[in-house]
Design a protein around this ligand. Sequence first.
Ligand SMILES: Nc1ncnc2c1ncn2[C@@H]1O[C@H](COP(=O)(O)OP(=O)(O)OP(=O)(O)O)[C@@H](O)[C@H]1O
Length: 273
Amino acid sequence: MFSVTDLTKTFGSKTAVDKVSFELTEPRMIGVIGASGAGKSTLLRMVNRLADATSGSIHFDGREITTLRGAAKRAWQSDCAMIFQQFNLVPRMDVVSNVLHGTLNTRSTLATMFNLYPDEDIHRAIDILDRLGIAEQAPKRAEALSGGQQQRVAIARALMQDPKIILADEPIASLDPMNAQIVMDALRRIHEEDGRFVIANLHTLDTARRYCDRVIGMRDGRVVFDGTPEQLTTGVARDIYGAGADFSEDATSTDIDAIGRNQAARQRAKAIV
Ligand SMILES: Nc1ncnc2c1ncn2[C@@H]1O[C@H](COP(=O)(O)OP(=O)(O)OP(=O)(O)O)[C@@H](O)[C@H]1O
């Protein structure tokens, strides 16, 4: 149904993604983990066609994605919504208009220029905001919302496309632990209730373990782990991150208790020095 085969991206002499392959026969929630520079963002950008692959292929329901052009490429980008760490909303525009931007690919330039949206689209946008628990924020400017609320607006904008896949590039990296949890809960619910694929780049192991059905670990552009959360032991994580014996999982955590433990450990280490 959805497969990536030997997908590769080079920038000059640098191979950012190196023959990555995986296959999903049914909608799943996948976490991609790895150190900074491992190739996680480049992988998602190739799937969404924000970046062209150097070689390899992506298949979704019989379509070969890497060679799509023009309207076919735009149709794929509509099926495959992307959300980002920095939300990418229009800050001075109201929330509901930001959500309606999710229909851009399906509307004429003129309608977009004059912000002309059919009533049914406006109602659907409000329903989606309601589902994400932020309908009352609809008339406010996006910039007036908290980070967690802004990320939920970005998810609502993605849902407006009615995508088959949601790609999330570090969706919680700018959020405090409580908001991170709200956003991850929303993505999990969207996967479970709607049957959409969710692929999220995550920088915290505990989030990947808690929310994902399957975890892909990348190092230097390659897949070095592909398994269940249970198989993602501390030893495996150490390999993925190329870390030594002093590797602490708490350092990659958004869990409030773990952050506390990590701070305490750092203070103890300072006291010893
Ligand atoms: N446009 C580009 N031009 C040149 N090199 C690039 C470009 N984009 C990414 N790279 C390089 O490709 C490698 C993978 O980058 P990528 O951003 O995909 O990693 P990442 O795992 O998402 O890292 P991070 O967690 O820091 O975002 C890095 O070495 C990066 O410097």
